[in-house]
Design a binder for this molecule. Structure first.
Ligand SMILES: Cc1cc2nc3c(=O)[nH]c(=O)nc-3n(C[C@H](O)[C@H](O)[C@H](O)COP(=O)(O)O)c2cc1C
Length: 183
């Protein structure tokens, strides 16, 4: 399987990136393309920019190529003000305007695993529920989602490691996701 693993945070110390890395440990026999938001350098979308720039941004095209060229997608996303981080929505807005989509949707009906963590007790679950509702409109086949609340209670920074309970939760959902791809 070819898996596109995307961390939708532009925080260089992202806790969601750590969660995504933990999930990816379960995909070792597969080909994983691991990307973070800062790999995609895009201005805030505007129709003015679209009119003035006569070329489509390469970063948005690269994101679309990654959704097209992989069999499945794993996304770990922060929650900002109970919703989608602006940078994540921005890349979706740019991708939705691609001249090369040819009627396809951004996530190409690919199976998606959604992950989120936060320092607080809700673990980004408001945003996850919202994404579960709207991402099918972007062509995502959401198979599973997992929220890990209270990140700093479950991640030992000196060991750079999650506790056993969290590792098991992440392993459980990641292997369920893999199984769902292979059946
Ligand atoms: C602008 C902003 C809004 C936030 N809003 C929420 C929120 O609604 N819910 C939540 O659980 N955490 C919220 N947080 C805290 C984030 O969970 C925390 O910053 C976390 O580190 C973000 O994940 P990341 O490190 O992967 O970027 C917010 C943080 C920022 C910067």
């Amino acid at each position: 399987m070819k898996i596109f693993a995307f961390c939708a945070s532009n925080n260089s110390e992202s806790i969601n990136k750590k969660l995504l890395e933990e999930s990816c440990r379960n995909f070792q026999n597969h080909e994983v393309k691991f990307k973070v938001m800062n790999d995609f350098d895009l201005p805030i979308f505007s129709q003015d920019l679209e009119r003035d720039n006569h070329t489509y941004p390469q970063a948005a095209q690269t994101f679309l190529d990654l959704t097209a060229d992989n069999d499945a997608i794993v996304i770990a996303t922060p929650e900002h003000n109970s919703s989608i981080p602006a940078a994540f929505k921005n890349i979706v807005d740019w991708c939705s305007r691609s001249p090369n989509l040819n009627g396809e949707k951004i996530f190409r009906n690919k199976p998606v695993l959604l992950l989120s963590t936060s320092p607080g007790g809700r673990g980004g679950s408001t945003n996850l529920k919202h994404l579960e509702t709207i991402m099918p409109w972007w062509g995502a086949d959401i198979r599973f989602s997992l929220s890990i609340p209270s990140f700093f209670e479950h991640f030992d920074q000196s060991e750079a490691s999650f506790d056993k309970e969290t590792k098991e939760k992440v392993q459980g959902v990641s292997t369920q996701f893999l199984d769902s791809l292979q059946n």
